[in-house]
Every structure is written in C-alpha cells, then in structure tokens.
Design a binder for this molecule. Structure first.
Ligand code: FAD
Length: 319
C-alpha cells in the first residue's frame, strides 16, 4: 500500500489522493460511507494513470460520475474511487462532437445549443455525467442516449485505451457493454446536426418543465429505482401499464416509508431521502417494493440504480 500511495503522490501530488472520504455528498441520494481512497480526476490521461497504479497495487477501482444513479453502502467503498471532474466538449466536424466522460449532460446540452447543434437538447435536466449516461445508456421519453453515440473511447481496467464504434457498445435499454467488461468511458462521440438556438432552447425548456411536473426534484433521490418491465421477458398482466412506477403505485407502495426513506408520492419509481435515511434502509424499502409487486402482479422488478460498495459488510454486521 505504501508503494501505491507513493506512486499516486508522485503522479498527482500528495494533496489530491485523499483517504477515508465520506461519499454521501457526492451522490444525489446524499447517502453513503467513506471511500478508502478518493481521487478526483481532471482529464482522461489522469484516469488512465490512476487505473494503472491501482492495477499495480491490486486495488479495486470504482468509478463515480455525478453520483445520480447509485446507492453507496453505509460501510463505504473499499479500494480507490475515481470521481471524474472537469473535461471538455469539442466539435470534430459539422455532424459530430466529442465529450469527455466527466462532462455533465446538462453541460453538453448547453454547449451544443450554444453552438447551434441539435440532437441532445431533449436531454436537458438529466443529472449526471457522460460517463454515467453511457454506462447505463440513459433514457428519456422513449429515447436512448446510446442512439446518438457513434463511438466511445474506453480504458480497460488495466488502463489500455481503445476506441469502440457504437455497434460494439452493446447498447440496450439500461445496458452497455461497460457493465460486463468493467471498462471505463473516457469520452464519447455524439451525432449532431445544425439547429436554430431558440428552437433547441425551447425543446430543452420543455424537457425541464416535464421533469419538474413529474419528478420530486426538491428531495434527494437517485431517479428511477427500477427498470420498466421488458416486454420480451417480463409478463405483465393484461390491462396493467409497462411501467415500474405504476406497478409500485398499484401494489400500494406509493408513500410507503422506512427510517427516513419514502417511496415518492409524486413518482412511484422514485425513493426519496427525507433527511436521515441510510443506504440499508433505502435498500430494504426497495426490497419491500419488489416483493409487493411480485406478490400482487407476479412481475419481477430489476434495479436501474447501481449498488456501489461494501453492502456485504453490512449484511454480515446485521447477522
Ligand atoms: C432527479 C433524477 C432524474 C433522473 N432522470 C433520469 C432520466 O430521465 N433518464 C435516465 O436514464 N436516468 C435518469 N436519472 C438517473 C441518472 O441521472 C442517470 O443514470 C445518469 O446517467 C447517471 O450518471 P452519473 O454520472 O450520475 O453516474 P453515477 O451515478 O456516478 O454512476 C452510475 C454508474 O456508472 C458508472 N460510471 C460512472 N462514470 C463512469 C465512467 N466514466 N466509466 C465507466 N463507468 C462509469 C458508475 O461506476 C456507476 O456504476 C435521474 C436521476 C435523478 C436523481
């Protein structure tokens, strides 16, 4: 470990590698224990260097973008957490822009509108970064962000960098190949087209207004907890909507509360942290929702959010 610390200090400066850093403030749920080690990277090269040094020290690496789709364990995260920060967007030609993993989706939307480029404006209001959006193939109003991607620059867990064309990214609903390979997104190329700034801004505003109307934006959450049922896989009884939130609602769980966590009364697929919820309580409430929907409708809901960190340590402690 001393070798790892020395190498990280020499690569990044002693003050940038921090130990035992609580992660709650870096997540939109405002929940989660400490990272053993935390590095906030500013460039793709820094991500690659950190991956290589962690690999040499046999240390697990966990990526954190905007922390808007994760539940971090109360016991925290072992190993190195890389939190991506900064980054930039650049036009490659008239029809393509490249955005670094750390760029926020809102920042990317703003950049493209300001450069009179259309394609991404409807994604306004999606929390988080390009890295997190590609990892989970973020969706909005029936569209998948992966449909706009033409290429992704990836680093393997060993730091080897390669470009993957979109068809090799295995994009699907809530899916990308990053979930299977453990690869890290460094940047992505998005398809855009010439647009008129005022018209693009109007679409962005409509998305923001829709979110404000339908989501509990004033209380910490991680967005939708569950994926919607998959028509090819999950038999939903006739007459019921193919919507996880509606199923949670009809199973009687809307408004259900547990130790500071509550199923939102605005949106049945959101759980909100009313102030002092723990990750353990949120996870128990998630399980209660899943059980209620299974018992009532025979539908097995799967999480859209990602569990990060040492949930196993918590279970051992509870036993
Ligand atoms: C109010 C609210 C509304 C939301 N609305 C939507 C919505 O409309 N549509 C939607 O799809 N989602 C929505 N979400 C969920 C969330 O915003 C998206 O999933 C977002 O894309 C996550 O990005 P992030 O940077 O916050 O990822 P994080 O939460 O930081 O991470 C998510 C996963 O991605 C991994 N990851 C992060 N960066 C990288 C990287 N560079 N390389 C590899 N893996 C990485 C992490 O390890 C983790 O497994 C919403 C969330 C909130 C709080």
């Amino acid at each position: 470990m001393t070798d790892f610390v020395a190498a990280m200090h020499s690569a990044f400066g002693a003050e940038r590698l921090r130990s035992h850093v609580p992660l709650a403030a870096f997540t939109t749920f405002r929940v989660g224990g400490p990272a053993d080690w935390l590095l906030e990277t500013r460039t793709s090269d820094e991500i690659v260097t950190a991956l290589k040094l962690a690999r040499s020290a046999n240390l697990p690496v966990t990526m954190l973008g905007g922390g808007s789709n994760v539940l971090v364990a109360d016991a925290g995260v072992r190993g190195l957490v890389i939190r991506t920060r900064g980054g930039g967007v650049c036009a490659m030609d008239e029809a393509h822009v490249r955005a670094d993993a750390a760029v926020t989706i809102n920042g990317l939307v703003r950049w493209t509108i300001n450069h009179r480029l259309g394609g991404l404006e409807a994604w306004a209001g999606t929390p988080g970064t390009v890295g997190g959006a590609i990892f989970g193939n973020a969706h909005f109003a029936g569209r998948l962000i992966g449909d706009l991607v033409t290429e992704a620059r990836l680093a393997g867990p060993d730091g080897a960098v390669a470009d993957a064309p979109a068809p090799a990214m295995a994009f699907g609903y809530d899916r990308s190949r990053l979930q299977d390979t453990g690869e890290i997104l460094l940047s992505a190329v998005f398809r855009v087209s010439a647009g008129e700034a005022a018209a693009l801004r109007a679409i962005a505003r409509a998305s923001l207004a829709f979110r404000k109307r339908t989501q509990p934006l004033d209380t910490p959450s991680a967005g939708c907890i569950f994926q919607n049922p998959d028509p090819g896989r999950d038999p939903v009884p006739d007459g019921l909507p193919w919507s996880a939130g509606a199923l949670v609602d009809r199973a009687g769980m809307k408004g259900a509360a547990l130790a500071g966590a509550r199923v939102s009364t605005t949106h049945g697929n959101f759980i909100v942290n009313e102030g002092d919820a723990t990750a353990a309580a949120i996870r128990r409430l998630i399980d209660q929702c899943r059980t209620a929907v299974r018992d009532r409708f025979g539908v097995e809901l799967r999480e859209e959010i990602v569990y990060l960190g040492a949930f196993d340590e918590e279970r051992v402690r509870e036993m």
